[in-house]
Design a protein around this ligand. Structure first.
Ligand code: BG6
Length: 296
């Protein structure tokens, strides 16, 4: 399989496929501007390292790399529902797109020197058991001075679809005490821990479990890290919701694929489609949303 991927989609010196952890195929990209790794399991970006920098993304040392299991870190694609299934608690958290193996449909070295790869996932008997719609999902990953991930959903069914989704980005940080999150001030949010609604008055401080859904938000989010001396900018298009999540101490201990102390080195700032931002997709049509991540 790896030989075939390299024959069909490899690009000399910039894109090669290899087996990653758990013998899962992954795309390894090296451009003038950055290196990146994207797993075919979930079309999940696992690493994005701009030249001369440390990795912007975070992956747990305790992550599983197995069939039917989500990889803990990078940018999982949560689809076609976000968090628990609305009516059936037995269905997988955050949907099934992150649990499945995607295929590669194209790769390109652009005139600007970026690498762009398109991954696809199509409905199957397995997906129909979990969610009774025919679909095609495509995920475009573009690696250069910025990392751009765009998810496109095509409705191939005869019924309309209601989809919540996320590009659930895990960022590497030095220490929550040294990080400030800007760009969320004056934004209404639902606190998932109390299910109450508030308006953010100041940049949120990460000093306890945080799980918030910011609504009607279109600005960039800035993760200013005094410890790593860098600021990550997270932009989005066709999405006006952001989830900020850090499990902190107790929840970290409850998660089997998350180290007890790892909450100190990650923060999720997720580009999301939920609540009034949910996707309603009519038969024969498609919708997309994207996130762009870069150092500023
Ligand atoms: C976040 C949710 O997006 O994902 C949290 O807001 C959830 O509530 C977290 O705990 C991780 O979810 P999972 O299914 O990957 O453990």
């Amino acid at each position: 399989m790896i030989n075939q991927l390299n024959r069909e989609y490899g690009i000399d010196g910039v894109l090669r496929f290899e087996l990653g952890q758990g013998a899962i195929p992954q795309a390894c990209i090296t451009t003038e501007f950055a290196k990146a790794v994207v797993s075919l399991h979930g079309a999940q970006v696992l690493s994005y390292v701009p030249s001369g920098q440390q990795d912007i993304l975070w992956v747990s040392h305790k992550s599983h790399f197995e069939e039917q299991t989500a990889i803990r870190g990078g940018i999982p694609i949560c689809w076609p529902w976000f968090n628990a299934h609305p009516t059936d608690a037995d269905k997988p958290s955050h949907g099934f797109a992150r649990l499945m193996d995607w295929s590669v449909v194209s790769s390109e070295l652009t005139d600007e020197g970026d690498v762009s790869i398109c991954f696809a996932l199509e409905s199957s008997d397995e997906s129909m058991r979990l969610w009774p719609y025919r679909f095609q999902l495509t995920c475009w990953v573009r690696v250069g001075r910025a990392l751009r991930v765009e998810l496109n959903t095509s409705n191939l069914s005869s019924d309309s679809m209601r989809i919540s989704a996320a590009l659930h980005s895990y960022f590497a940080i030095s220490d929550p005490a040294k990080v400030r999150l800007y760009g969320l001030e004056n934004t209404r949010f639902i606190d998932a821990l109390s299910t109450k609604e508030f308006v953010e008055s100041a940049p949120p401080v990460i000093d306890r479990e945080i799980d918030r859904v910011y609504l009607e938000h279109t600005d960039d989010c800035l993760i200013a890290d005094a410890g790593l001396k860098r600021t990550i900018c997270v932009s989005k298009s066709n999405s006006h919701s952001v989830v900020v999540w850090n499990p902190w101490i107790d929840k970290s201990r409850r998660m089997r694929d998350f180290g007890n102390d790892e909450y100190k080195n990650m923060i999720c700032v997720e580009t999301v489609k939920i609540y009034d931002d949910i996707m309603e997709i009519e038969p024969g049509t498609h919708q997309s949303f994207s996130t762009t991540i870069r150092l500023v």
